[in-house]
Write a new protein. Structure first.
Length: 255
């Protein structure tokens, strides 16, 4: 049996997409606004410092715990979440219907392309408006640098431009996408896995909490608003998936 690609939406789905777009945009803009507003920025700065000292303080001395987080901050480990999250996409009927996996994969690809545009625009804005700042490991004391503790590891525990947390934004997009496709125990598990791989940068001090909860969420929410809820990326993804599935060289397990 081949997959069935549906190119139309019902009136109820259209209303849900409009609502989802509005909520996603509002979430990202409200969080960014709260971070930029001087009144609420005080709260963000207080929480940022408290979270940094609590998490980074847990790796103050060499131990199995600090070794774990040092390894988790090696740059190549940024690819590991993909290995954990990919099965949630590929295993039939785990989260995504077996005959909709190609369409879902193309839709996620479109969202990530939108994310690259959002990230590029935000990068330029943060540079022009000087929103970027040094990571807490370069700003606060005491700061326990895993790179000094384990000099043989090519890890990331500092940044001269820590905002926004784009790595976390990608993980949030994948987790949100899977939850929206099917909110079951497997998609919740996928969201937990994504959260786990956001933690290393916080513990090492390479990012403030606000880099994640403001910058990362802004990237994810705006990308989901335009990439998931707007009709054009969905239609492009559906059309591309249909062409791939109809191609004679497409293996049967992908159909």
């Amino acid at each position: 049996m081949t997959a069935t690609i549906i190119l139309t939406t019902t009136p109820d789905q259209h209303t849900a997409y409009i609502r989802g777009f509005s909520v996603s945009m509002a979430l990202g803009c409200l969080l960014l606004g709260s971070w930029l507003c001087p009144i609420t920025r005080v709260w963000w700065d207080t929480v940022d410092q408290a979270v940094f000292f609590a998490l980074n303080g847990s790796v103050a001395a060499p131990s199995a715990w600090s070794q774990l987080w040092a390894l988790m901050n090696v740059r190549i480990m940024d690819l590991v979440p993909l290995l954990f999250l990919l099965p949630f996409m590929l295993i039939p009927d785990l989260i995504i219907n077996r005959h909709q996996r190609m369409q879902a994969g193309m839709q996620l690809l479109m969202i990530l392309i939108v994310m690259l545009v959002v990230r590029t625009v935000l990068d330029q804005v943060t540079e022009i408006l000087a929103w970027r700042g040094k990571s807490p490991s370069l700003t606060l004391q005491p700061a326990y640098l895993l790179s000094s503790m384990y000099p043989g590891l090519p890890l990331k525990d500092s940044s001269s431009h820590s905002f926004p947390g784009d790595h976390s934004g990608v993980l949030m997009i994948v987790a949100s996408f899977l939850l929206l496709k099917s909110c079951n125990r497997w998609s919740v598990l996928a969201a937990c896995v994504s959260s786990l791989f956001i933690a290393p940068r916080l513990i090492a001090g390479a990012h403030w909490l606000s880099d994640i909860l403001v910058g990362g969420v802004f990237i994810a929410s705006v990308s989901m608003a335009f990439g998931f809820y707007m009709p054009w990326p969905r239609q492009w993804a559906d059309g591309l998936a249909k062409r791939i599935l109809q191609h004679p060289l497409t293996p049967g397990w992908m159909r």
